[in-house]
Ligand binder design. Structure first.
Ligand SMILES: O=C(O)CCC(=O)C(=O)O
Ligand SMILES: [Fe+2]
Length: 196
């Protein structure tokens, strides 16, 4: 597995797709709910808001990520099998939000086959928040980590088994429209014998 445990794709989506995602997320203020952990539990591990209906965002991200999956699999040395399976979440980090260190594999059965995590960031610019870095811990050097600032229209990809966290977000306006939005897409490893 690669020792620098992430791939970064700046300017990931076209301006049009980026705008569609952001406009959709901004329209969801009234329908989002506190984010849960693992088997649908509210937990001090995590403070953020989840938008459960992805609207147009699911297709946009899948279409953009699907052609890159083989490359990610090769780069990380994680074989995935022939069939592609994904799950995702759409999350707003507003003032005070965070996600303590965790891996993306735990919890419900379906999450156990997650192999690669891809996080797409999008928000109004200039950013009205500070903090919110993605901290990725090094598997090969315990205690060491890299902090990756959340940048608008950027995709960050890493193995789902690698511990990571979202550093606390400070957003003085505390306005939903100023949130740090992220679409998390998990690429699953489906053994070939389980495919029909
Ligand atoms: O928003 C991020 O930077 C990552 C979120 C995350 O780790 C998760 O949802 O599992
Ligand atoms: Fe995560």
């Amino acid at each position: 597995m690669r020792k620098d445990l992430q791939l970064i794709r700046p300017d990931f989506l076209s301006p049009e797709d980026h705008r569609t995602m952001l406009e959709y997320a901004l329209s969801c203020e009234d329908s989002c709910e506190p984010s849960l952990v693992g088997d649908n539990a509210k937990s001090p591990l995590r403070e953020s808001l989840t938008i459960s209906d992805f609207g147009p965002c699911r297709q946009i991200i899948r279409d953009a990520v699907a052609p890159l999956v083989d490359e990610f699999s090769r780069e990380f040395g994680i074989p995935l099998g022939k069939k592609r399976q994904f799950d995702g979440s759409l999350v707003a980090h507003t003032d005070g939000a965070y996600y303590k260190p965790h891996v993306d594999l735990g919890g419900p059965d379906f999450h156990r086959s997650r192999a690669i995590s891809a996080v797409y960031y999008f928000f109004r610019t200039p950013a009205a928040f500070t903090g919110g870095d993605l901290r990725i811990f090094r598997l090969d050097r315990p205690g060491e980590f890299v902090d990756i600032p959340a940048r608008d229209n950027q995709l960050v990809v890493f193995p789902a088994m690698v511990p990571h966290e979202v550093r606390p977000v400070h957003c003085p306006s505390n306005d939903f429209a100023d949130a740090r939005f992220a679409l998390n897409l998990w690429i699953h490893k489906v053994p070939d014998q389980e495919q029909q």
